[in-house]
Design a binder for this molecule. Structure first.
Ligand SMILES: *Cc1c(COP(=O)(O)O)cnc(C)c1O
Length: 388
């Protein structure tokens, strides 16, 4: 039968306990999440600064709709590039200190676009093994040669770059790793790329807004500036609380994207109301230091409390705090028990993470209070003890 692999793949997922389904979140993203009429403390959100449901941003989106309409009505090169898009690009350049910016509808499509655009048959793509699926998939779909170095292992990277000399080499790393929460050694990556005449791209989906002075991200946190990697990309859907993404680089790179990138050219532009809301979010993120300060305090509280309770966390100092459990079954069981106690914590299983490394991906946000963290820790201790 045609396409009968669909049925068998789904069956297999079910048998392995890895079958996934969407669930309906019944309220705006925030401290609590309501699912099937039940309210939980939400420890599974990428809305790190608590902006997704912020009243000011909701107002901004409404105002943006009044000013520019809800839809862009076209692709950027036809009629879809409005004042809101131009203003957003200007604001990002100003805030982040980058020469030029291209907007994308998602980080996923931005990553696909860059890899497809820059890496032809004879080029070399070098990626950290734990890079996001959007980067890995694009690399596999591209005709280029792709090599992966062991996670954050600068010795291994150096070997790879030494052995595989190529005129057009792009080195890509995340700034903050999405499933592990640890940070890339950006300054070392920069030095290595420079030494080998390679380009460096940082995907800062989880760093923008959270790290660096004024939330300028991982690169600035590492003591460099955002115009030092040839490509800096991030999404508006995480700490900025909205959605969409951008790629920053030289004016020439952005001109090249504008002229040659199909995912940039052949898609309807970001809704202008949304671009307007992103501007408001970027403004709040760059100015409201208290959001980052509070988040840092919560992270420290969480880590201290884990250590007092004898809970061994993965080494992360960011809002992403993974607790490696091991088997997928056990991770699901623990997550389910936490849900019964009122905490929404997502179990992350293969293929998102390697086999045997299923985990609870606990994320902290500015919407939490210290007492939420204490309550989570108390329940976590109990549940972990029960599952020894
Ligand atoms: C979420 C994420 C993306 C994709 O961004 P979207 O805007 O959600 O499509 C890309 N890279 C990393 C590292 C991410 O975590």
């Amino acid at each position: 039968m045609a396409f009968d692999f669909i049925q068998s793949a789904l069956m297999q997922r079910k048998q392995e306990g890895l079958y996934r389904q969407t669930k309906i979140s019944e309220n705006a993203q925030g401290r609590y999440i309501q699912i099937a009429g039940q309210r939980y403390l939400n420890f599974s959100s990428n809305d790190y600064l608590g902006l997704a449901g912020d009243p000011l941003l909701i107002k901004a989106w409404q105002k943006g709709a009044q000013l520019f309409g809800v839809g862009s009505g076209g692709s950027y090169l036809v009629t879809g590039y409005q004042q809101a898009h131009a203003d957003l690009c200007a604001q990002l350049k100003d805030w982040l200190g980058v020469p030029a910016v291209a907007l994308f509808n998602s980080g996923y499509s931005a990553n696909q676009a860059i890899i497809k655009l820059l890496l032809s048959k004879n080029a070399l793509l070098v990626q950290d093994k734990l890079n996001h699926a959007s980067l890995m998939e694009a690399g596999m779909l591209s005709d280029c040669k792709m090599l992966r170095f062991k996670h954050n292992d600068m010795g291994h990277l150096s070997q790879i770059l030494q052995k595989n000399v190529n005129k057009d080499t792009l080195l890509i790393s995340e700034g903050v790793f999405s499933m592990d929460g640890d940070r890339a050694p950006i300054s070392d990556l920069y030095q290595q790329a420079k030494r080998r005449n390679a380009w460096l791209m940082i995907d800062d989906a989880h760093g923008l807004g959270v790290l660096g002075s004024q939330g300028k991200g991982s690169v600035v946190e590492a003591g460099l500036s955002n115009d030092m990697p040839q490509i800096y990309m991030a999404t508006f859907g995480k700490a900025l609380g909205v959605g969409g993404a951008f790629v920053a680089g030289s004016q020439e790179l952005i001109d090249y994207i504008t002229n040659f990138s199909k995912p940039y050219i052949y898609t309807t532009g970001l809704p202008p109301a949304m671009a307007y809301a992103v501007m408001c979010a970027a403004d709040m993120v760059s100015k409201d230091n208290w959001r980052r300060d509070k988040l840092l305090h919560l992270i420290e509280t969480f880590k201290r409390s884990a250590s007092l309770n004898g809970i061994r966390l993965a080494p992360s100092s960011t809002a992403i705090q993974p607790l490696i459990i091991g088997s997928a079954d056990k991770a699901i069981r623990i997550a389910t028990q936490l849900k019964q106690l009122g905490f929404w914590v997502t179990a992350i299983r293969p293929p998102t993470v390697p086999m045997g490394q299923s985990r609870l991906r606990i994320t902290l946000t500015t919407s939490h209070e210290v007492k939420d963290i204490q309550a989570l820790m108390q329940s976590l201790s109990l549940v972990l003890h029960d599952n020894k």
